[in-house]
Design a binder for this molecule. Structure first.
Ligand SMILES: *[C@@H]1O[C@H](CO)[C@@H](O)[C@H](O)[C@H]1NC(C)=O
Length: 214
């Protein structure tokens, strides 16, 4: 009786997933320091790590179509700094784009995101890529310790080619406010703290100034 029950449970678990998506949980390719789920349906999982100059992302999305991932100054779909990627017939397609309006993303002249890995697995599609925090490209978002709006999207289908990217033809998209680098600037308050006051005499305050900060 017990054995029958176990077997039944297994069958139900395996066959209740959409075909090909056997795994519910993404497995990162390495031990990333940071991880977050971007959407409530748990379709987009982001792993990342960074140092003083670079940030490495690994995005796992539950799709066999294409993925869009971007950094937005205002949380809107444009203007924003976007990468698009998909795996088709075992080949990975990936590039650095930006969005300017309500239409397909435009490929950046300067390609500043480097693909490290792209694959389809039991969970979905994985894209792993690295970029500089500040790429010095005006079409890229400068990553700082500020809040960043992560925008994401995926489509069930692969595009026919690179000119067939309809950011708005996607089945699933959203935005999440996040801190990517917050760990960097956390002041170290361990040990002894020494406080110094710096004072200045004869500072004239204008009528409107309530206080002055230097
Ligand atoms: C920071 O990360 C990048 C990308 O992984 C790497 O090329 C670079 O050497 C790293 N810098 C330091 C100081 O470790």
């Amino acid at each position: 009786m017990y054995i029958t029950l176990v077997i039944c449970t297994c069958f139900v678990t395996v066959f209740s997933f959409p075909k090909g998506f056997i795994s519910l949980v993404p497995i990162p390719s390495e031990n990333f320091e940071f991880y977050d789920v971007l959407d409530t349906n748990k379709l987009f999982h982001l792993f990342w790590k960074f140092n003083e100059t670079h940030i490495t992302f690994e995005l796992h999305a539950k799709t066999r179509g294409y993925i869009g991932f971007g950094l937005s100054p205002n949380g809107k779909m444009f203007p924003s700094d976007v990468v698009m990627g998909w795996v088709k017939n075992g080949n990975v397609h990936f590039a650095d784009y930006h969005t300017t309006e309500h239409s397909a993303p435009v490929k950046d002249h300067s390609q500043d995101y480097t693909l490290l890995n792209g694959e389809e697995n039991d969970f979905g599609t994985v894209l792993k890529f690295v970029r500089k925090l500040d790429t010095c490209d005006e079409n890229d978002y400068r990553i700082s310790d500020d809040t960043v709006r992560i925008i994401y999207a995926h489509s069930e289908n692969d595009p026919n080619d690179e000119n067939d990217l309809r950011w708005h033809g996607t089945e699933s998209r959203g935005v999440k406010f996040m801190y990517l680098l917050n760990a960097v600037t956390k002041p170290d308050l361990s040990g002894n703290i020494i406080t110094r006051d710096m004072t200045q005499t004869n500072v004239r305050l204008c009528f409107k100034d309530i206080s002055k900060h230097f």
